[in-house]
Design a binder for this molecule. Structure first.
Ligand code: FNR
Length: 371
């Protein structure tokens, strides 16, 4: 057994009934520094708290006596069939919490017919994860300093059967991760970004005294819109940009012919003091029109959260941390259970709202109160 984790359960205890229960119970299965790395947000966690708060503030206004017997939470999205509007967000290093890591998550995703976005920083080879994944396979790309190496990741993903490339653009710098730092988090020995093993070494760079380690140092590796255009020219796969917050950026992505965006603040882990994706969503949907693919994430833990996101203009949501908590507690079984809870809660919400299909979920099902 890896020293930083305890053996996961082989069954789901009866008192584990909601997604947020997993966050609490997971503390028993993961070491404190790792828990802090996963749970923590950027700096003072203003954005992390806002993600939850913004969802809690929204209210639903149900309609009664509708026939719901033909209801379904399935949908078509970006040319693919989704069993429900819930996708597993790209999350680094699943082996931090379970020895089978992404392989177990992929097994759970397959059994619940859920699309999984595999991170560049996965702790298993992207080809091996793809082999274990019978449902939707998307690959999340962090640009690497070498374009050639970046493209080799994309080509490997395409060859392994991944259908979309989700480029994350909001975490070129880690931001300020005080909570993980205070807990002394370091990547345990034996866990690594295996897909980056062949990455060419970064060229040695010496900064002049007046130069900044941030601007002239780290940011020289960060991608720009030009790199996105280059990627478009070099892959036939659909590109989705993850981490868009400003409506002007959303419009730029659309105008460039990017296939879709994820409105996201990286689960409150990157820049602090930015709004929740949920707050920005109506403005971005309005800017992009009704048909442009929009995914949203951040603090999605309840069927009602998914419903609210869809009502405000998202086509589907992604969940991040709950995957790791569920994986820590009960391995593949835990992740499958977590996904089932989300789907069932969404369907209960749709039925009780009198909106039995995804298309029925519109903004006028929400209630604005001055209370
Ligand atoms: C992430 N996220 C992330 N995003 C990404 O594009 N690539 C990655 O490798 C990671 N890694 C990662 C690790 C951990 C521990 C967390 C918690 C998150 C961000 C993730 O995709 C997603 O945007 C957020 O997690 C969504 O918020 P919730 O659901 O965690 O509140």
């Amino acid at each position: 057994m890896t020293p930083h984790i305890s053996a996961a359960r082989a069954s789901i205890p009866p008192n584990l009934v909601s997604v947020s229960d997993y966050a609490e119970v997971a503390k028993q299965y993961i070491s404190h520094p790792i828990y802090e790395y996963i749970a923590g947000g950027g700096a003072d966690q203003l954005t992390l708290c806002r993600n939850r708060h913004a969802l809690d503030k929204i209210q639903l206004l149900p309609k009664m006596l509708r026939d719901c017997t033909k209801g379904s939470s399935a949908l078509r999205f970006m040319g693919e069939s989704l069993r429900h509007p819930v996708i597993l967000a790209p999350v680094a290093f699943h082996q931090l919490v379970h020895p089978q890591g992404e392989m177990a998550t992929a097994q759970a995703a397959s059994s619940l017919e859920t699309t999984m976005v595999v991170s560049t920083l996965a702790s298993h080879k992207l080809e091996d994860i793809a082999q274990n994944l019978d449902s939707g396979k998307w690959f999340q790309l962090y640009f690497q300093q070498s374009r050639e190496f970046t493209l080799s990741l994309v080509k490997r993903a395409q060859a392994a059967g991944y259908s979309k490339i989700m480029v994350t653009v909001d975490a070129s710098l880690h931001g300020i991760r005080n909570r993980a730092q205070r807990a002394g988090f370091v990547l345990p020995e034996g866990i690594e970004a295996v897909n980056l093993r062949d990455r060419p070494p970064l060229p040695q760079k010496t900064l002049a005294p007046q130069q900044s380690i941030i601007f002239q140092g780290m940011m020289t590796e960060a991608p720009t819109w030009q790199d996105i255009a280059w990627l478009q020219q070099n892959t036939s796969l659909d590109i989705i940009i993850k981490g868009i917050m400003h409506p002007a950026d959303a419009l730029k992505a659309q105008q460039m012919g990017i296939a879709g965006i994820v409105v996201s603040n990286h689960g409150g882990r990157a820049l602090d003091s930015i709004p929740s994706a949920i707050e920005l969503l109506p403005k971005i949907r309005q800017a992009l029109g009704p048909d442009y693919p929009i995914i949203v994430d951040g603090a999605i833990e309840r069927g009602t959260d998914i419903y609210k996101a869809l009502a405000l203009g998202a086509d589907t949501v992604m969940v991040g941390r709950p995957q790791l908590y569920a994986l820590a507690v009960a391995g593949a079984l835990g992740v499958a259970h977590m996904l089932r809870v989300l789907r069932e809660e969404l369907e209960v919400t749709m039925a009780m709202m009198g909106t039995p299909t995804i298309d029925d979920i519109t903004q006028d099902t929400l209630y604005q109160s001055d209370y």
